[in-house]
Design a protein around this ligand. Structure first.
Ligand code: MTE
Length: 319
């Protein structure tokens, strides 16, 4: 398959935000007329192997926020992806030539189904859905992102973890040739993250493959990355190559690097300050520079869906 570089792709080929938003209203109106707000086409997820291609057969989700999404430019140019540099503007430049195909995902550990899967085969059993989520970074900024992805709970169910699987661990590609950042020692590579099995089977987390209805840009974690909207952004591990069902708590990169600042749970919590700054408020990227910061919500506003997961946990100690 011929992969065109972004320079060869006319802007008109990428769904504009205006068209995208119209399409969204249109789909919503159709769904209401049809009597269902949650119409979700039951077809398998087919992800085109070309940059920014439009994703088809994308259902809507009842978990989406009505808040206005950030612009595509904000979402794709202000990034954290240390494999491609430490600055927010580095990934869009340094991930330009990254090749998210061919791609395999290894599933291992305590599960009935394990193996190494081509990305295309990995995706096939699942339905694509749009999930517009508030995202809160530990650095006290936030965005609203219209992701397209598959339900992590469905993925977990598909691989049939055994009762020994208490956690799910994820790893990013570790490629010195393609990722200039991993030639340095800013983190102990590969980038690693993990969730408890209860968190991973909650309906909210997704594995995202798109933004604004199109294939996800390299700098946002192509071809597939985790999105957990009630946790600080660093849990959202990008460019995943390994999923492991574990009986013990897996390591996570930021906790390994600076354990007194970054925990395993990383739930958005305005009452627990980062040792070097307050977490009570946040700056919405793209907002007018004179706009005041907004209050950060407990569990990033997703408490009704996830607070029960932590009812027996001291969230000051388990940050
Ligand atoms: N995943 C990998 N592999 N490497 C990273 O450096 N950064 C994390 C997370 N996932 C990171 C990563 C952090 S700190 C944040 S805030 C989010 O990605 C940012 O996602 P975004 O750039 O799509 O907004």
């Amino acid at each position: 398959m011929l992969i065109r570089k972004p320079a060869d792709i006319r802007p008109s080929e990428i769904t504009s935000e205006a068209n995208y938003l119209n399409r969204r209203d249109f789909i919503r109106a159709g769904a209401i007329a049809g009597g269902s707000l949650l119409a979700s086409p039951a077809i398998s997820a087919v992800i085109p192997d070309s940059r920014f291609a439009e994703l088809t057969g994308v259902g809507k989700s009842r978990y989406s926020t009505d808040e206005t999404p950030n612009s595509f430019e904000d979402i794709s140019s202000y990034n954290n992806f240390y494999e491609f540099g430490l600055g927010k503007g580095d990934p869009i430049v340094q991930a330009e030539d990254f090749r998210p195909r061919p791609w395999t995902i290894e599933v291992s550990g305590h599960a009935e189904k394990t193996g190494i899967f081509d990305f295309e085969d990995f995706m096939k059993p699942f339905d694509l859905e749009e999930r517009i989520y508030r995202m809160r970074c530990v650095e006290a900024w936030s965005m609203v992102i219209p992701w397209v992805g598959i339900s992590l709970a469905e993925v977990i169910k598909h691989f049939q973890p055994t009762s020994s699987a208490q956690y799910v661990a994820f790893e990013t590609l570790n490629d010195r040739e393609q990722m200039p950042g991993v030639r340095g020692r800013s983190l102990d590579w590969p980038y690693r993250e993990g969730l408890t099995i209860a968190e991973a089977t909650n309906p909210l987390p997704i594995l995202a493959v798109g933004i604004y209805g199109n294939v996800i840009p390299n700098q946002n974690g192509a071809p597939i990355r985790l999105v957990v909207p009630w946790k600080y952004g660093f849990k959202g591990i990008k460019s995943i190559v390994k999923i492991h069902f574990s009986s013990t708590r897996p390591k996570n990169s930021w906790n390994m690097a600076i354990p007194n600042e970054y925990g395993f749970y990383a739930n958005v919590n305005p009452t627990v300050n980062h040792p070097r700054w307050s977490q009570a408020r946040e700056r919405r990227i793209g907002a007018n520079i004179f706009a005041s910061k907004q209050e950060t919500l407990m569990f990033n506003g997703y408490g009704e869906h996830v607070a029960h997961l932590y009812k027996d946990l001291d969230l000051r100690r388990n940050f």
